[in-house]
Design a binder for this molecule. Structure first.
Ligand code: CA
Length: 232
């Protein structure tokens, strides 16, 4: 990761903000901080952070609105840090363009792990060759020209829907994709009952990906929210 990698911390609760910024400082991260939504949008425009740690409950504008505003011109990785335990808020934030979330109270180790995962995503995206017909993540490879999926050189046979699911997750590696996002992309509708179908296809896909020597499960389930492919 380059030395000018910068994180914007948006949090109005001073004790939480101090915990985050102290953790970042100790671990050598360059950061700036904001205590309101408007300040966050303005700092984001002036300092162009690579990553934003965003509290959803802010004193002025809602965190969701901050995401929508920032997303219209920034591709910074947005990790929501929120006390709200309701899945609905997380889903709205993810659909608005956030990449990942952390629920308060969180451990410092968990925060650092999320930041490192997001950095792997950023470095993958910046080094990605758009022309490359092959996606590689750990033991997994997807050859887009021949539609062949392999795990450690062994070809895996997927159905059309499983393949579509896998390529959606791969194209958004590191990002949490909500159920409605996936259903919309695959079936073009957002009917609640489709979540059951989605779950069935996802279970089957993961089983196929796991049948080989793969040690790590690269697809993470976010119960009640969606799925995420982890950059290995
Ligand atoms: Ca707050």
């Amino acid at each position: 990761m380059s030395n000018d990698f910068r994180i914007l911390v948006v949090e109005d609760d001073r004790s939480v903000s101090n915990l985050i910024t102290t953790t970042l400082r100790i671990n050598g991260y360059d950061y700036i901080s904001a205590a309101s939504g408007n300040e966050a949008v303005s700092l984001c425009a002036s300092h162009r952070p690579d990553m934003i740690l965003l509290d959803l409950g802010l004193p002025d504008i809602d965190g969701i609105e901050v995401i929508q505003t920032i997303r219209s011109w920034s591709s910074a990785v947005i990790i929501i840090i929120s006390a709200r335990s309701e899945d609905r808020d997380k889903i709205t934030a993810l659909d608005a363009g956030a990449d990942d979330y952390l629920t308060k109270p969180f451990s410092v180790d968990e925060l650092l792990a999320r930041i490192r995962a997001a950095q792997r995503r950023i470095s993958y995206l910046s080094g990605r060759n758009e022309e490359s017909p092959v996606f590689i993540n750990g033991d997994l490879s997807i050859d887009y020209t021949s539609n062949i999926v392999r795990i450690s050189e062994n070809e895996i046979h997927l159905t059309a829907i499983e393949y579509r699911l896998l390529t959606l997750l791969a194209a958004n590696v590191g990002k949490v994709l909500t159920h409605s996002y996936l259903i919309d992309r695959i079936w073009g509708s957002g009917i609640e009952s489709d979540i059951v179908s989605l779950r069935v296809y996802m279970t089957s896909l993961r089983k196929k990906l796991r049948t080989s020597e793969t040690q790590e499960d690269m697809i993470r389930t976010h119960i009640g929210i969606g799925y995420q492919m982890i950059r290995i």
